[in-house]
Design a protein around this ligand. Structure first.
Ligand code: AMP
Length: 957
């Protein structure tokens, strides 16, 4: 606060003023008298003391006092007053008070103001009156009184003092107002501000100090008593300046401040500098750059060096180019590669761009992997490829890019499709000629040899036709065949190797140099082929297309070359029903047709995607009656629905394992179409576990897990990837044997209520799915292992929902950040460790199903290892407790629901446990009294209570 005195004068009374005085007002009775104060300094007073006469009305008035913009002014008066009793012989009219008035006016020269025009400020009485006028003896008592007047609005005012018969000496009158002083706060300057009238606050807008700018409009309030209140908003130093108490000082050379919101100047990042003061960014050294999107705090970087160690593999008209990343990345992590292709004629003198006929897989520009496959090149041609390595600053650099050149020469394309018919001693092969032959085909060459005798003994046969029967073979012997075509241009390369045994099966195999030409590629051939080192990369790519039906690339349109499908003897490889041109054939091959009359449907047990699921009995001729589950296809189905429905049977029918649901057969010849499987008395595992919460020993749980792992091992051995492994898709029979089920082709997409759309489209059961499968649909047995880890968690937590109520997006984020599900309650360390192994980010780090089975077998044989429980045993419960603490759970009922013990609500309330506080010290014997007899349930409740106590948490009610 600061105080400003207003000009006010009584010419003869007051010390010299700051401003010229207005003429004094007249007073007939008040006298101006000089007296000495206690320091013997003369002082002037106005006095009146007509106490002996009645009816006094003596006025003393100031001149006009300019208001100076103040709305409220304070008047401080100093005066002495005689005690009437001390004056001998005074009549009763003697007064010991006087009145103070004011009159507001714009006129500074009023010579007369009527009494009635004044407004009374107050009647002033002395705190201390005195009895003797004897300044020398220090008995005179000086009184000080302060009064204020508000809401002044005119140019000024007059003050007046009315005496009604007292003995007064006015020693001083000071008139002042208050101001909020100039101040700087939050880099904003607030000016001197006169306080408001009454007690109103005056809102003042601050001005940003030099080199600063508004971050949020700065404001403050000036209070009636001259103090600043409630600072709002602030200014911040502009780029290139930093805050230094109340001002902004420039950044020193060598430092910078990029944004106004940064607090301080910081040192220039590597490979940059600032030579002048107040730099808002540092300039990159020569040869270094900063991309537009690079933060100013990032080091300047430079383009990468050229790719290294290029390897080209020419496969006829395909070229695979591989290289190592550049030695110098330029300091960045955003390396990509781009290719330029030029076709050269003659002796490489004349090269021209390849044009749009050539294709690059995965792409030509912006490659993030150091490999590309170039297809559709012209046979017998020379090409020159330039591989450039680029990063975010390559475009900013004037120097030539890091690039390397590779020259290749293509050869003749031979694309061979083989069909085969076998007898005991002969094999008939048929094939299709190359897709784009380099001239007319003159003949084909077939080379074959007995497996394992490659070098020693092979036979070459030639034919103009594209069918050949090779006779004179040994029965039951495996032969390897390869075929190549010859045109006028010469021989092409051999197609892939095909192993065939002299048996009665009829196989269709397809191989192409670049992409498969046939749709039906048996998995048998896949496994055989992929074992040959000579197989080109292009072929392995084509294989992966078959193995991963939703690989982002789609093969070129394929001519239909399918013959009968096969299941090779002893084959342990799963055949995808889509490899059949006629899906009904797949059903015929893998599922037994059952006569509807041998089935007796008894009751509905569930609902599937295509219709009801019932239980019933099946009596096949010559066999005992068995319980079965019957899935039927509801009426009004489309062809596709029928195909999808039956696809489950053609998949299931290929499996034969105690932990895989067994297909008994199908009914397709009459309606409704049905799939008959073995009956699993206890239904799906998730519901079963929830129903029997806490009721199994850990060995029983491990037994169930072992069964599931064993079934999955069988599936992965057959190269079958399940994609939707979850407790809800495991069925349990009356002996607690768990079997993997749910194999329909559309199951993940349509059937699973847990499946959610991902950003890349397609539905995926997020909580059960590995990160790489979610991110780029890399479904493998290793992603099934991830899901298996989640199933383990579901089993040990008795059907708890993985990640509880977290949203799918949060689950994805948490997993990416390294979060993994904590051990469920009472979970042995070894089991949680196994779960964590299954949830390794790198899929190759995860255990194989075979290893999981072995681990679980060892635990079953040596259960002592299951005794040590994981530290975070109560994590799950604690999470729930957090809900409690945060007030989400406020009653005993809600608490029991939260820990999944809702079935005991009645027991608790009838035993008198009605508030959460009352359960804090519950004991096991009290639980038993309440009929909570299952050990698992007792444990769950007590550990929940225990955690409450140990957290020292006060339960909010
Ligand atoms: P689905 O849609 O094929 O998974 O079947 C729906 C429901 O039917 C399942 O969740 C099970 O409860 C029940 N179910 C399916 N197959 C069987 C089976 N073989 N034995 C017992 N219940 C089954």
């Amino acid at each position: 606060m600061c105080v400003c005195f207003l000009s006010l004068k009584y010419t003869h009374i007051f010390p010299p003023p700051c401003n010229p005085l207005t003429p004094p007002s007249l007073s007939l009775q008040w006298e101006e008298i000089s007296v000495m104060d206690e320091r013997n300094t003369p002082m002037r007073t106005y006095q009146v003391c007509n106490v002996m006469e009645a009816s006094q009305n003596n006025w003393l008035r100031t001149r006009h006092i300019a208001r100076d913009g103040a709305q409220r002014v304070y008047i401080e008066i100093k005066f002495t007053l005689r005690d009437c009793n001390s004056l001998p012989g005074v009549p009763g009219t003697c007064k010991e008070t006087f009145n103070m008035f004011y009159y507001e006016s714009n006129n500074a020269n009023l010579w007369f103001i009527k009494e009635s025009q004044y407004i009374k400020i107050d009647t002033i009485a002395a705190d201390e009156s005195f009895t003797q006028v004897d300044v020398g003896d220090r008995v005179m008592k000086l009184n000080t009184e302060v009064r204020d007047i508000s809401n002044l609005s005119k140019k000024g005012f007059y003050l007046a003092f009315q005496d009604l018969g007292a003995c007064i000496a006015l020693v001083s009158v000071r008139v002042f107002y208050k101001k909020c002083p100039l101040t700087v706060l939050n880099l904003a300057q607030f000016p001197d501000t006169v306080t408001g009238g009454d007690s109103a606050l005056v809102e003042v807008r601050g001005l940003c100090v030099n080199a600063s700018e508004e971050f949020e409009a700065p404001r403050m309030y000036c209070s009636a008593d001259g103090g600043w209140l409630v600072p709002i908003g602030r200014c911040v130093c502009k780029p290139g300046y930093e805050e230094q108490k109340d001002f902004c000082q420039p950044c020193r050379p060598g430092s910078y401040k990029a944004s106004a919101t940064d607090a301080y100047c910081t040192k220039c990042p590597p490979h940059s500098s600032s030579h002048l003061e107040r730099a808002s960014e540092c300039v990159c050294e020569k040869g270094f750059h900063r991309a537009e999107t690079d933060p100013r705090s990032m080091a300047c970087t430079r383009p990468p060096s050229a790719p290294e160690n290029t390897i080209s593999t020419v496969n006829e008209t395909c070229v695979t180019l591989e290289w190592s990343p550049p030695r110098d990345t330029g300091g960045r992590g955003d390396i990509t590669y781009s290719l330029r292709c030029r076709k050269c004629s003659g002796d490489d003198v004349k090269c021209a761009p390849c044009g749009s006929g050539v294709h690059f897989v995965p792409r030509q520009f912006g490659l993030s992997v150091a490999m590309v496959m170039v297809t559709d090149l012209q046979p017998h041609s020379n090409y020159s490829f330039t591989i450039e390595s680029l990063n975010g600053v390559s475009d900013l650099s004037p120097t030539p890019r890091g690039a390397v050149m590779v020259n290749v020469t293509t050869s003749q394309t031979v694309s061979v499709v083989l069909k085969e018919r076998r007898s005991k001693d002969s094999i008939t092969l048929a094939w299709q000629g190359p897709d784009r032959p380099n001239g007319a085909i003159v003949e084909y060459e077939v080379i074959y040899y007995e497996k394992n005798q490659r070098e020693q003994n092979y036979t070459v046969l030639k034919t103009r036709s594209n069918v050949m029967t090779v006779d004179g073979l040994k029965p039951g012997t495996t032969y390897v065949f390869r075929v190549r075509a010859r045109t006028e241009g010469g021989y092409g390369n051999y197609g892939g190797e095909i192993e065939l045994e002299t048996t009665h099966f009829y196989v269709v195999l397809s191989f192409t140099a670049c992409f498969p030409q046939g749709r039906l590629l048996t998995s048998r051939s896949v496994s055989l082929l992929s074992s040959f080192a000579s197989l080109s990369l292009s072929l392995s790519l084509s294989l992966s297309l078959f193995l991963s039906p939703i690989f982002p690339l789609s093969p070129p349109s394929l001519p239909s070359l399918c013959l009968s499908p096969v299941k090779l003897p002893g084959s342990k490889t799963y055949i995808h029903p889509h490899t059949y041109e006629d899906p009904n054939q797949a059903v015929r091959d893998f599922a037994k047709e059952i006569d509807a009359s041998s089935i007796r449907i008894e009751r509905v047990i569930g609902a599937g995607e295509f219709g009801e699921v019932c239980s019933g009995r099946l009596r096949l001729q010559g066999k005992r009656e068995i319980y079965v589950a019957i899935k039927s296809l509801k009426a009004g189905y489309s062809d596709k629905q029928r195909r999808d429905f039956l696809s489950e049977a053609s998949i299931m029918g290929q499996f034969d394992h105690p932990n895989i649901i067994r297909l008994e057969g199908v009914v397709t010849r009459c309606k409704p179409v049905m799939i008959i499987t073995e009956f699993m008395e206890n239904g799906s595992l998730d519901t079963f576990l929830k129903k029997h919460d806490g009721q199994f020993t850990v060995i029983q749980l491990v037994g169930m897990l072992r069964g599931i792992a064993s079934g999955m091992k069988y599936l992965s051995d057959m190269s079958y990837v399940h994609r939707d492994l979850a407790a809800r898709n495991i069925l349990v029979n009356s002996n607690l044997v768990c079997k993997v089920s749910d194999f329909g082709l559309s199951r993940v997409l349509e059937d699973d209520p847990e499946a959610a759309y991902t950003t890349r489209g397609g539905k995926i059961p997020i909580r059960w799915t590995s990160p790489e499968a979610i991110a780029y649909r890399k479904f493998t047995s290793a992603s099934d292992v991830w899901s298996y880890g989640i199933v383990m968690w579901e089993v040990v937590s008795y059907g708890e929902r993985p990640y509880w109520e977290m949203s799918n997006q949060d689950v994805i984020k948490a997993i990416d950040e390294g979060y993994r599900l904590p051990a469920p309650m009472d979970c042995p360390v070894v089991l949680h460790q196994l779960m964590l192994d299954c949830w390794e980010k790198g899929r190759s780090e995860r255990p194989k199903f075979g290893q999981i089975v072995t681990t679980l077998d060892k635990l079953i044989r040596n259960p002592a290892r299951l005794r040590e429980l994981a530290n975070s045993t109560h994590c799950q419960i604690q999470n729930k407790l957090l809900e409690l603490v945060s007030g989400l759970v406020s009653t005993v009922e809600e608490w029991l629901e939260a820990i999944k013990m809702g079935q005991y609500k009645e027991n608790f309330s009838s035993a008198g446990y009605v508030t959460l506080d009352s359960v804090l010290y519950i004991t096991i014997s009290e639980l038993i009294k309440m009929d909570v007899t299952l050990a698992g349930h007792q444990k769950k409740i007590l550990s929940s209570v225990q955690s409450l106590q140990t957290q020292g948490t006060h339960v909010q009610v």
